[in-house]
Design a protein around this ligand. Structure first.
Ligand SMILES: C=C1C[C@]23C[C@@]1(O)CC[C@H]2[C@@]12CC[C@H](O)[C@@](C)(C(=O)O1)[C@H]2[C@@H]3C(=O)O
Ligand SMILES: O=C(O)CCC(=O)C(=O)O
Ligand SMILES: [Fe+2]
Length: 323
């Protein structure tokens, strides 16, 4: 880990820039598996390159995303989809969280918007299909790397037609003009949280903003790499690895003169999927199941009843666990 101290911090917070593990998916398979497992244990985050998602699809996705957010507010608000999907501005979730962000949340199985007069929906569909394939590849590598006998244990969730995966565009305005004279300040635009699902595959333009917290009170800005995907472990994968992989808290800040856009694909199982670690994850280091089995529906319900920054995973810990 390369750590350089930086003065850009809020009171009581330390900022330590970090180099996330960069994993080349075209490298030798057993090495890729080992590096992914290590990254998920130590950082909960890693970048992948040579990921197989065509550049053409990625750049078109960026273009249609920016075009969408450039539309007049009245038009964006017309994207009426069933809750929680659709367009949102400043409000995050339903429990009072706010941020300097506008977003478009879509069902990844039907990633389209109504009354689409452009080719938005077809590009978003192509992107989602390609990123889903990448997610499957990574999940198989993880299972193999962990020595789980059934290497499709994680992928079976998303290959099911009723998987609950979602796609989210986040659009962050540049820092407010009156704040620009203070180049060392930043605004938290998407507050700290962990992702509740299995895995998140995020791509952003070249503007920095994502920060992860590997230690309480310390924020590690992630250097954006538009040619890579930034992958992170979600709460469900922490449970399914019996705590071996970590679902790390992160946030997004606005601190530049440029707009930032990120697109996150959240890999989630069907609502009735039972979330439990396979027996191979119970080892001398972790001699019993850390979490009780639960369904994604139960976990999702709790997640949506809480605030963005609330932790939820501890509510599912096994009480019999002695630590
Ligand atoms: C405040 C909230 C927004 C959120 C649902 C929640 O009640 C708590 C978790 C939030 C989060 C974080 C990761 C993803 O961006 C997200 C889509 C998710 O699955 O959980 C959001 C939810 C949201 O914005 O709807
Ligand atoms: O925009 C980002 O970099 C992070 C967004 C995020 O964490 C989320 O959408 O859950
Ligand atoms: Fe997130």
């Amino acid at each position: 880990m390369v750590v350089v101290a930086s003065p850009n911090s809020m009171i009581g917070e330390k900022i330590l820039p970090i180099d996330l593990p960069m994993i080349d998916l075209s490298a030798e398979r057993s090495m890729v598996m080992k590096r992914i497992v290590k990254a998920c244990e130590e950082y909960g985050f890693f970048n992948v390159i040579n990921h197989g998602v065509p550049y053409d699809i990625i750049s078109k996705m960026e273009e249609v995303g920016f075009d969408f957010f450039a539309k007049p507010m009245e038009q964006k608000k017309l994207v009426a989809l069933d809750k929680p999907f659709g367009y949102g501005c400043k409000n995050i979730g339903f429990n009072g969280d706010m941020g300097e962000v506008e977003y478009l949340l879509l069902n990844a199985n039907v990633p389209s918007i109504p009354n689409d007069s452009s080719n938005f929906s077809s590009i978003v569909r192509a992107y989602t299909e390609a990123v889903k394939e990448l997610a499957c590849e990574i999940l198989v590598l993880m299972a193999e790397g962990l020595g789980v006998p059934n290497t499709s244990i994680f992928t079976t969730f998303i290959t099911q037609l009723d998987n609950d995966s979602i796609l989210r565009f986040n659009h962050y305005p540049p820092k407010n003009s009156k704040d620009r004279d203070n180049s060392h300040s930043y605004n938290v635009a998407f507050g700290e949280h962990s992702d509740p699902q299995i895995l998140t595959i995020l791509r952003s333009n070249a503007v920095p903003g994502l920060q992860i917290s590997l230690q309480h009170g310390v924020w590690n800005p992630v250097v954006p790499d538009p040619s890579a995907f930034c992958v992170n472990v979600g709460d469900l994968l922490q449970v399914m690895t019996n705590g071996r992989f970590v679902s790390v808290r992160h946030r997004a800040v606005t601190n530049s003169y440029k707009c930032r856009m990120s697109v996150a694909y959240f890999v989630a199982p069907p609502l009735d999927a039972c979330i439990v670690a396979p027996s191979v994850m119970v080892t001398p280091n972790r001699p019993s199941l850390l979490f009780k089995p639960f369904t994604w529906e139960e976990y999702k319900k709790v997640t949506y009843s809480l605030r963005l920054g609330d932790t939820r995973i501890h509510l599912f810990r096994n009480c019999t666990q002695l630590e």
